[in-house]
Every structure is written in structure tokens, then in C-alpha cells.
Write a protein that binds this ligand. Structure first.
Ligand code: NAP
Length: 272
């Protein structure tokens, strides 16, 4: 009996995501958190698709070759209704008519660094704030709705946040967008729960990615981690965050939804 079980496990591949298909939206460079998620997901047995939009799509296609298995790269601007509507078809083109998405990762954010970040909270113009909210918060809803026809009971949606329960130096309107994202995740968890679909977020500490480096004064923010994170924090290592995302994508958290899991070296739990 034991022998038979082992044999089946080997045949189906091993790893916590064996047999699962995951879309990771928001991969530009190999420093992107989405890249680390795609890599660890493949190492854990998943079939992965990645996406990005606009001019950076060219870069994403090149970067995709650095993954253990080169994944299909989809064009997906989360603010473009046509891209969203054609997502199921685009996935089926690569994976066949009976394609299923067991996981969808939202690793996307944008706020104009010149007007919304770096200590400009009182001056942030609504047009730019609206764009930040649409790309960084509302899009979790848009992406989950777009992927819904492909999801099945047990599917999991995971997004990335930066703890929005408090006000930070320099993070400004992106902090407001993240508060919207966190609330959006709870409402999505409420609405998709009846279909057996989980929606959770990982709240990562500061990581040196393209998006982070664009924030004026980001170094001030990340320097706080040096003394306050009890486990310490390596701001160049995306893997701990990717591991948590993959755990939430797997069936290791079958009864967890609407949750925010902190991957920040313990920073959030310290008073000073
Ligand atoms: P990143 O590599 O720059 O990834 C952000 C991605 O969002 C990029 O691929 C970007 O594409 C994409 N994007 C922007 N607007 C989009 C749109 N309209 N449609 C589709 N994709 C769009 O930076 P990252 O740090 O890995 O960010 C991933 C997520 O982690 C974000 O939600 C971020 O807020 C969150 N997070 C980051 C940190 C950190 O310290 N780095 C900490 C906590 C949470 P382009 O490059 O083409 O613009």
C-alpha cells in the first residue's frame, strides 16, 4: 500500500503545487516578487503562466527564459477591459480547451512616484490617486473576475501588500491604495467563498524591486527593518515572500481566506 502511494506521488511529480496551474500577473525583471513566485511554484511542481503589459512585455519575455521552465507570457493590462475579457481564451490557447487555473497571483501596483510618493501626501492629485487605486487595488477584483471562469473549488487567489494598517514614511498614497487592496481581498474572499475559492494576501517587508526603487526615500523605509525585525530582513531576497505565496496557493491552507500573512521578519509585531 505504501509502495503504491509512493509510486503515484512520483508519477504525478512532487512538491506542494504538483499538478496545479498558476497564473502570476506582474513579472517584469528577475527581481520582481512575481518572478520569485513563478520560480518557486515551478520548483514545487506547478505549471506556470506569467503576464505583464505594455512596453515591458518585451523584457518579460526575455526574463521568462531565466525560469527553470520557460512559461507562456500573456499580455494583461489589468485596467484594459479587452485584455481582462480575453484572459480565459488566452490561457486556453496555451493550455487547451479544458484549462483550469488553480492559482492566480496579483503582484501588481503602480502609483506615480513624482506626485504620490516620497512625502507628497497633501499634494497628490486625484487623477493620479485614481490611477493608483485602479491599478493597485481595484485590479484585484478585475483579475479575480476575469480568471473566474477558469477557477475551480480549491483555487486560490493571492496578492501582495505592504502593511496598510499603519501610516509609513514616504509610502503616502500607495499606502491608501494598499488599504483598498486589503479591503478588496476581504470582500472577494466573502464573495468567492461559496465557490470554494480562497483570497489571501502576503504582506512583505521592503524588497529592492523596480517598483520599490522608484519610491523616493525608499531607503529610509527599509532602514527601519535593520533594527526592528526580530528575525532580521534581507531586502534582496524575494524567496521567503514567494514561499508564503506558494503555500497560500497550495492546499496547505484549505480553511484560510480573507487573511493577510506577514512575511517581514516579524517587524509588524514589534512596538519599537
Ligand atoms: P515590480 O517588479 O515592479 O512588479 C510590479 C508589477 O506590476 C510590474 O510587473 C508592473 O509592470 C506591473 N504593473 C503595473 N501596472 C500594471 C497594469 N496596469 N497591468 C498589469 N501589470 C501592471 O515590483 P514588486 O515589488 O515585485 O511588486 C509586486 C507587488 O508586491 C506589488 O503589489 C507591490 O506593491 C508589492 N509589494 C512590494 C514590496 C517591495 O518592497 N518591493 C513590499 C510589499 C509588497 P511594469 O514594470 O511594466 O510597470
Amino acid at each position: 500500500m505504501t509502495e503504491q502511494t509512493n509510486e503515484q506521488t512520483t508519477e504525478q511529480g512532487s512538491g506542494i503545487l504538483a499538478g496545479r496551474t498558476i497564473l502570476v500577473a506582474g513579472v517584469t525583471l528577475d527581481t520582481s516578487i512575481g518572478f520569485a513566485v513563478a520560480k518557486f511554484a515551478q520548483e514545487q511542481g506547478a505549471t506556470v503562466l506569467i503576464s505583464n503589459f505594455g512596453q515591458a512585455l518585451r523584457i518579460t519575455r526575455r526574463i521568462a527564459r531565466r525560469l527553470p521552465v520557460e512559461p507562456p507570457v500573456l499580455e494583461l493590462d489589468v485596467t484594459d477591459p479587452e485584455h481582462l475579457a480575453s484572459l480565459p481564451e488566452a490561457v486556453r490557447e496555451h493550455l487547451g480547451a479544458d484549462a483550469v487555473l488553480h492559482g492566480v497571483v496579483h503582484s501588481i501596483a503602480y502609483g506615480n512616484p513624482e506626485t504620490l510618493l516620497g512625502g507628497k501626501f497633501l499634494d497628490g492629485p486625484w487623477k493620479d490617486v485614481a490611477q493608483a487605486l485602479e491599478v493597485s487595488a481595484y485590479s484585484l477584483k478585475s483579475l479575480a473576475v476575469a480568471a473566474r471562469p477558469l477557477m475551480v473549488p480549491g483555487s486560490s487567489v493571492v496578492g501582495l501588500t505592504f502593511d496598510a494598517t499603519v501610516a509609513w514614511p514616504v509610502y503616502d498614497w500607495m499606502g491608501v491604495a494598499k488599504a483598498g487592496l486589503e479591503s478588496c481581498a476581504r470582500y472577494r474572499a466573502r464573495d468567492l467563498g461559496a465557490e470554494g475559492i480562497r483570497v489571501n494576501l502576503v504582506s512583505a517587508g521592503p524588497l529592492r524591486t523596480l517598483a520599490a526603487k522608484a519610491i523616493p526615500g525608499f531607503e529610509d523605509l527599509e532602514s527601519l527593518w535593520t533594527t526592528r525585525a526580530p528575525l532580521g530582513w534581507d531586502n534582496t531576497d524575494q524567496e521567503p515572500t514567494a514561499r508564503a505565496v506558494c503555500a497560500l496557493l497550495s492546499d496547505l491552507f484549505p480553511a484560510t481566506t480573507g487573511e493577510v500573512v506577514h512575511v517581514d521578519g516579524g517587524f509588524h509585531a514589534m512596538g519599537a
